[in-house]
Design a protein around this ligand. Sequence first.
Ligand code: ATP
Ligand code: MG
Length: 435
Amino acid sequence: MAEQTPNRRPEPLQAVKGMNDILPPESARWEALEATVRDVMRRWGYQGVRTPIVEPTALFVRGLGEVTDIVEKEMYSFADKLNGDALTLRPEGTAGVVRAVTEHSLLHDGGKRLFYIGPMFRHERPQKGRYRQFHQVGVETLGWAGPDVDAEVILLSRALWKALGLVEGRDVRLELNSLGQPEERAAHRAALIAHFEAHADVLDGEATRRLHSNPLRLLDSKHPAMQPVIEAAPKLSDYLGAASLAHLQAVRDVLDAAGLPYRLNPRLVRGMDYYNLTVFEWVTDRLGAQGTVCGGGRYDGLIAQLGGKPAPAVGWGLGIERLLLLLQEVDVPAPANAPEVYAIVLSSQAMPQVMPVLAALREAGVSVLMHAGGGSMKSQFKRADASGARHALIFGDDELARGEVACKDLRDAQAPQRSLALAAVADWAHSLRTA
Ligand code: ATP
Ligand code: MG
């Protein structure tokens, strides 16, 4: 280890590229968003789950599919130092929830409605709305084959937009598709491969490589020369059987009745292999290339694929960073973050008498910022103003000797300063609540 020169400070370290600190005042937006999420989830009957951030690598390889962007190039994987186990920082939430549900037989007494909030990790090129550590809210509804719960999770996401102050149609729009069942996809897949093989000359390297492993992803290609061939490619919708079509129609019927407009997008395929039947995305025009705020769908095969007792499921995940960018973009005001009361304390000897008064205010639900570090009346008032507090309580020695505290309305210069009895601050606090 290099020896440290006594008077030299070491170079400060920086956060890992693409991983962000969430600091005040921005953190208040996060907390408000999370509180809104929890409230909406409670009202819709969804229960929280917290699964580990580190999972066996095999969970994602088996769950998401080997030929997906995430598994091929975006995972943070490493070997456990002690026993060599292959581990991965979770890139998404569904696989971990499915593992937990299976491991703890959570479906033994019927279906479950679950949600989570937490960090995910993907080794992508960082840019606005795309980070290496980002955060998702996700819901997973396990044990029901739908289409009722398909519609429910979509309407739940819509309720969340509303609760957050987003305007559906203007700020976010719903896109919907059906991926059908595995047999239907297999037939379509064979037709796709035949179609692209017949146009092998226009395929780029990536497309050629994926042609046989994951031809569906070719439809996502942005390569200009491939666009006409993509346009002419066989459509999955032509391969859907009666049951799949009926499932989609039943979802649409509920959305229509709920007055939720959507665009049927036959090109919507999603990045993980586990989806079937219903898939959807909420997109926005206001975030440039990172336009997908929320995406999800049905994944009836995943639980069995990960070794659990077969059970159908549907869910979605949304990116919190993108959602917050969108809220700012459309000028949804930030939550109020100022304390209600700033306590000015003029002598340190007063502290033993002041602290219980502040505790009583806080107990009554009032947010109180106590001036720390002493200083003159003038400097403390400056701080009080800067804090954005509505009221200053001035604990001067003379007032305290009389069992009182002075109270000043910082937002109304005309309002006279008045005295409150220390014993009555809780009543005053109550009057703040009901004013
Ligand atoms: P994209 O097409 O933008 O890469 P995705 O299809 O990979 O998105 P999902 O895996 O469906 O995204 O994740 C759900 C949501 O999580 C996305 O709609 C997005 O809001 C958010 N998200 C995904 N990757 C990132 C990232 N690297 N940084 C920030 N948010 C992300
Ligand atoms: Mg992605």
